[in-house]
Design a protein. Sequence first.
Length: 267
Amino acid sequence: MSVQAKKHLGQHFLTDESIAKNIADALTENGYEDVLEIGPGMGVLTKYLLQKKPKTTVLELDRESVAYLKDVFPVEQLHLDTSANNFAIIEGDFLKKNLQEIFNKKQVAIIGNFPYNISTQIVFKAIENREFVPEFAGMFQKEVAKRIAEKEGSKVYGILSVLTQAFFDVEYLFTVPPTVFNPPPKVDSGVIRCIRKENYTLPVDEKLFFRVVKTAFNQRRKMLRSSLKSFNLSDSLKEEPIFAKRPEQLSVQEFILLTQKLTENGI
């Protein structure tokens, strides 16, 4: 039995064992006893996760894949511990699941060969649940992986870069060619690792910080005094040097400083 990749689910099954092992090895295994793999398919990455200390839980939307993981995978991988103490299978949509309920508010690392069509939403959900997610790693479309890891001053640095790096230290690990997938995607993929910062709370109102970042990058070619005009900036505030910059020039720290300045001015 094998599973057919489904286009509407964005499935591209990884066929290269060494790459699967390298993705699994991106996990540090520090500070958690549970790993959640999103979209395991036929378990090419899963089998390497099961060789590690944390318990592996897989979350899969595709019923055919779920059936394969329950019935075929444990028989094919008899040398691995697929008992309930070490391995769990959940059917469903990650974006609709409550992580805190599933793991009883325990720390859990997230990993996967993420479906391209929901990969940025997966990142935002990890950020939202950062109190319980000490790290996440996985494969994205290369362009998205680069964007998450990029620093200020780059054309691809944007909302995703700032909001992820505000809470996680991001490292771009390696690039994966289309030829190691079935079916092959039309683009390269990239693997990144994000480790939660020791201090992952911000010294500003987080909702305002998110709003400032998103508003600034919505008009990324404009200076901040123009792109942030909806915040009703005072004339004196507009004259401050930071407001003469474009959003891609600001580091995460400068976005925090910018949010502080707005707060101090009653915004």
